[in-house]
Design a protein around this ligand. Structure first.
Ligand code: SF4
Ligand code: SF4
Length: 226
């Protein structure tokens, strides 16, 4: 584990959290409305599957992005209506995740590429400035786009970083732009390993040469809010 991994990106505080590695962003429809509806149904879905002993893939029957990946039924809304694991030892018997698809060891130990891509400063910045779970998750699943945005602010618009209310608004609006581009792209947008992410990110990352239009949209958002 390197130094950057010591910051918890999964549940950094009571305001926001992420469930991307549980498969949340594998639905083709990654709109806030669709993902919120799925999370909202988590408690009853999880309880009924526990009763039957099933570990049904929630991707079955839905249009999904990565057919080789699993969407866990035990994702739901935890305290403060943020995403989380309904089988987490905080809420359930400590061994209950052993019966889930991934099992306790993977569920509790996995760290996504954002943990190594983002520097400590990047992590602190998004934790401090992004309180909305949906936009926070977007910042996590495509860390190189997050880095591009933070670097752009640092290099070209340092004044924005000195005004907290302005930079909060800017980052939220920029992540809104990026989420709308991710929503249009039909393929996988979350990857479990850095090597997979490196190969595929050119399809959706802001750094891609094909996404000049998105870069321009983001610059317009920043300049409008300065
Ligand atoms: S995708 Fe990353 S930040 Fe999100 S819950 Fe999984 S390991 Fe944590
Ligand atoms: S059981 Fe594992 S994969 Fe399922 S919601 Fe919990 S942490 Fe995520």
């Amino acid at each position: 584990m390197n130094a950057y991994e010591t910051i918890n990106l999964c549940q950094p505080n009571g305001e926001k959290s992420c469930c991307a590695c549980c498969g949340l962003f594998n639905f083709r429809d990654i709109s806030r409305e669709n993902l919120s509806r799925f999370l909202d149904g988590g408690a009853s879905r999880s309880s009924s599957l526990i009763a039957t002993g099933h570990i049904t893939d929630q991707g079955d029957g839905h249009v999904i992005r990565d057919k080789t990946s699993y969407i866990c039924p035990h994702q739901g809304l935890i305290y403060n209506k943020r995403p989380g694991c309904l089988l987490h030892p905080h809420y359930r018997n400590s061994s209950m995740r052993n019966d889930s698809f991934f099992g306790e060891k993977i569920c509790s130990g996995f760290l996504c590429p954002a943990h190594t891509r983002l520097t400590t400063e990047h992590k602190k910045t998004i934790i401090e400035l992004v309180d909305d779970w949906y936009f926070y998750s977007v910042a996590i699943i495509d860390p190189d786009s997050t880095i591009w945005l933070l670097q752009l602010l640092h290099d070209r618009y340092p004044i924005a970083l000195q005004r907290e209310s302005a930079v909060r608004k800017i980052i939220t609006e920029c992540l809104t732009v990026h989420s709308s581009h991710l929503a249009v792209y039909p393929g996988p947008i979350f990857f479990y390993s850095e090597s997979e992410y490196n190969v595929s990110k050119e399809n959706f990352s802001i750094l891609s040469n094909n996404i000049d239009q998105e870069q321009n949209e983001i610059i317009a958002v920043i300049e409008k809010n300065l």
